[in-house]
Design a protein around this ligand. Structure first.
Ligand code: NAD
Length: 453
């Protein structure tokens, strides 16, 4: 059995059967058996079923919100927004089956046309930080395109994925289309990667595990989408609205207790604006409400596990340049206070590695060229922000920063309707928006002769 722990209390909140290779093979077999029926469902009917699935999730939204908040230790208001995004993802991709149009291409001697065919069985492997919402970014486009799925959630947070597996047939999705295996990544995840009947792996998780998945998938030439780690820069120029940038910065790095691949954990500040920015940032950080995830007021909860807290703490040794910290409750729970290190050099360990916890590094820069150079001086390239009142500079810098998802005078860059994914070692492929569908289909080209050759 998997003992599922509530991070805010350290108590076991549920026990679920631990799947292994046998259960993974059975799930792949069920998905394979269901593929013919699912891909044959008329596009309009598949759209209706996806909308029904969205409705069925919506009917249980508050229950799922609470379950996710307890299991992942995330503030209930964040959890509510995530479940709303799950519903939105299914509604958005319900529009896809009838819009998966191909092309006709002018050629001699006949008609040439393309089709976007489903891949077959796709394996979806997800992390613990945004459990159901990241699953929905994969499940919704995969199903819309006519694939069947085996979803492997993280062992620490399998509960909402298991609920999705129950809800899908209740909404009318045929049996075998949606399968969930809750078990270790090194067993169930690896089996999906190796399985000859799995056509594609869509993975979200660490860059380290992603490297192994890419290598493993190569053996059967599986398609792979990788959404990996990040060390994103929040680049703040002295001419920006520094109060606004400082007020927004804490949630951009301490949201989800910093366990966010998009965390803007390197705060790059133009030196001439440093004093004003730091004063405003200190106020914002010390005012953050850290505590019980189930309280509507809470902005930051605990870390996911004792192990994660130990890893995070290793980035803040006694001699670390702690500028200021927020609060954290005493007692049970994997708590760690929001912590700002300043000034930090971009090559310091805390600035170079993904901490995946509530630790921000403030790094000064002298001018635009140095700001861009430091922002790009990382193996990662997932997200980031630019704060300035100079519109031309904002767009110039946006084009120069090597990341997949950027925001200007805002830290918000993830939306159902817009593409999401990384440059460099932050990943391969795109989720969300119209682009995701390309990663769940194969293009087929058909030539129909209209003249004798
Ligand atoms: P992880 O890489 O340890 O695990 C992710 C998933 O992979 C889990 O389901 C795990 O069981 C599975 N897994 C582990 N070993 C495996 C193997 N050998 N074969 C197949 N599957 C395996 O990541 P995590 O600790 O759950 O999540 C944190 C990481 O995820 C961070 O690096 C974070 O940046 C990243 N992340 C990325 C995004 C994104 O969209 N780019 C989003 C959220 C999290």
């Amino acid at each position: 059995m998997i003992e599922v722990v509530e991070p805010a209390t350290e108590q076991v909140m549920a026990e679920v059967p631990r799947a292994g290779v046998e259960e993974t093979d059975a799930a792949v077999a069920a998905a394979k058996a269901a593929f013919g029926e699912w891909r044959a469902v008329a596009p309009g009917d598949r759209a209706t079923l996806l909308r029904r699935l969205a409705d069925a999730i919506e009917a249980r939204a508050e229950e799922l919100t609470r379950l996710e908040a307890r299991n992942a230790g995330k503030p209930i208001s964040d959890s509510r927004a995530e479940i709303a995004m799950v519903i939105e993802s299914f509604r958005y991709y319900a529009g896809a089956p009838e819009r998966l149009t191909g092309k006709t291409i002018p050629v001699a001697g006949g008609v040439d046309m393309t089709f976007h065919e489903p891949l077959g069985v796709v394996g979806l492997i997800t992390p613990w930080n945004f459990p159901l919402v990241i699953a929905s970014w994969k499940v919704a486009p995969a199903l819309a395109a006519g694939n069947t799925i085996v979803l492997k959630p993280a062992e620490l947070t399998p509960l909402t994925a298991l609920e999705l597996e129950r809800i899908a047939p209740q909404a009318g999705i045929p049996e075998g289309v949606v399968n969930v295996v809750a078990g270790p990544g090194s067993v169930c995840g690896q089996r999906l990667v190796e399985h000859p009947d799995v056509a594609k792996i869509a993975f979200t998780g660490s860059t380290e595990v992603g490297r192994g998945i890419a290598a493993g998938a190569a053996q059967t030439i599986k398609r792979v989408t990788l959404e990996l780690g990040g060390k994103s820069a929040n680049v703040i120029f002295a001419d920006a609205d520094l109060e606004a940038a400082a007020a927004a910065a804490p949630l951009a790095v301490f949201g989800n207790a910093g366990q966010d691949c998009c965390a803007r954990s390197r705060i790059l500040v133009e030196r001439s604006g440093m004093d004003e920015f730091m004063a405003a940032l200190e106020r914002a950080v010390t005012e953050m409400r850290v505590g019980d995830p189930l309280s509507e007021e809470t902005e930051m909860g605990p870390l996911i596990s004792a192990g994660q807290r130990e890893t995070v703490a290793s980035y803040v040794p006694d001699e670390a340049p702690v500028a200021f910290r927020g609060s954290a409750p005493d007692g049970p729970g994997f708590w760690y206070p929001p912590t700002v290190l300043a000034p930090v050099s971009n090559s310091d360990r805390a600035a170079a590695e993904e901490i995946f916890g509530p630790v921000a590094c403030v790094i000064p820069f002298e001018d635009e060229a140095e700001g861009v150079r430091l922002a790009n001086d990382t193996i990662y390239g997932l997200s980031g922000s630019i704060w300035t009142r100079d519109g031309a500079r904002a767009l110039r810098v946006a084009r120069e920063i090597e990341t997949g998802v950027l925001s200007i005078n805002s830290n918000s860059s993830v939306r159902v309707a817009t593409p999401f994914g990384g440059f460099k070692q932050s990943g391969v492929g795109r989720e969300l928006g119209p682009d995701a569908l390309d990663h769940y289909t194969n293009v087929k080209n058909v030539f129909y002769a209209t003249e004798e050759s």
